[in-house]
Design a binder for this molecule. Structure first.
Ligand code: GLV
Ligand code: GLV
Length: 324
């Protein structure tokens, strides 16, 4: 009898093709663009060998108990893994696959798009043009901030942080600084980034970009204490996870003019209700978690997630295994 793999969502074709053509598993799927209801998921995972999931599924003790002892691998089609209870997976000896590297370029491109959209007020300006606000050319109208001669601070210098810095360098950035759990000289040397404390990062950054993983250590690390140290002209960008930011504190910093603007691709919750106060602020640009959303990257993520499942089912080395 073939091992059973449950796929929790309609996913890009590359991954499904790999699973099907392998001929080595029986595939069941929640074939919808919307998430599988949790009760339904509980029923469907019972007795499976492999789980192919996306970041909206909380993989916790309850879910793993519902799946039962045959479950060998959880493969998430994401680089983030804050939706997975790693302790529970480790305890049960379940291997975990994720999708780093293949999305780095797409996420870096989107981060820079969002940064420029925020610093040059692109969304606000386009709205003015369309809605009758464009009375005439005005000398100080819709002015923003420029990257030339700026200091860019990176909170969490991993693969993505480096890719962002590499792309920003040609804009004439004067200096890159970063903070992380500790210095990461090998990555930092690639972009000549200097390791600083969170305090200095807040104080010196003209652009502060968050691209760290959400963990117990980074939960709401961007809070009133951090925002209060930032420049009034600073732009804050987050393409990691909403949980890294205290959103009430961010709202206060933006509405009081403590900082100049924010661009967020991630929020708590997702989707952010349209009635949320952050949507009322002209200096806040919010995107619906699209950083990795290019055709080629989403297909590559799907393919990698499929290959991670298959390798684990064969007890082989997985292309990208998360060390637990
Ligand atoms: C997207 O947020 C991901 O974790 O891949
Ligand atoms: C702007 O369009 C300029 O000519 O300076």
């Amino acid at each position: 009898e073939l091992p059973r793999v449950y796929v929790t969502r309609r996913v890009p074709p590359a991954g499904m093709k790999i699973l099907k053509q392998s001929g080595m598993c029986h595939i069941e799927q929640w074939d919808s663009d919307d998430p599988v209801p949790r009760q339904e998921l509980f029923k469907r995972v019972s007795g499976i060998d492999g789980l192919f999931c996306v970041l909206t599924e909380k993989i916790d003790a309850e879910l793993l108990d519902a799946a039962g002892p045959k479950l060998k691998v959880v493969s998430t089609m994401s680089v983030g893994y804050d939706h997975l209870s790693l302790d529970e997976l480790r305890k049960r000896g379940i291997r975990v696959g994720y999708t780093p590297d293949v999305l780095t370029n797409a996420v870096a491109e989107l981060t820079i798009s969002l940064l420029l959209a925020t610093s040059r007020r692109i969304v606000e300006a386009a709205d003015e043009a369309k809605n009758g606000g464009w009375g005439t050319w005005r000398t100080m109208w819709l002015c923003g901030y420029e990257l030339s001669h700026s200091t860019v601070g990176i909170l969490g210098l991993g693969r993505i942080g480096v890719a962002i810095a590499e792309r920003l360098k040609p804009f004439g950035v004067r200096k890159f600084i970063y903070t992380d759990a500790g210095p990461r000289p090998e990555l930092a040397n690639k972009v000549e980034a200097e390791y600083v404390s969170l305090d200095i990062l807040a104080k010196e950054s003209d652009f502060l970009i968050v691209c760290c993983a959400l963990t117990a250590e980074t939960q709401e690390i961007c809070n009133s204490s951090m925002f209060s140290k930032m420049k009034n002209t600073a732009i804050f960008i987050n393409t990691s996870r909403g949980g890294v930011v205290n959103q009430d504190d961010l709202y206060k910093a933006l509405s009081s003019g403590q900082i100049a603007g924010a661009g967020l691709d991630v929020t708590v919750p997702e989707p952010l209700p349209t009635s949320h106060p952050l949507f009322k602020l002209k200096n806040c640009t919010i995107l619906p978690h699209i950083a990795s959303a290019t055709y080629s990257t989403r297909n590559a993520m799907s393919a990698l997630a499929a290959n991670n499942v298959l390798a684990a089912l064969k007890d082989e080395a997985m292309p990208k295994e998360l060390k637990l």
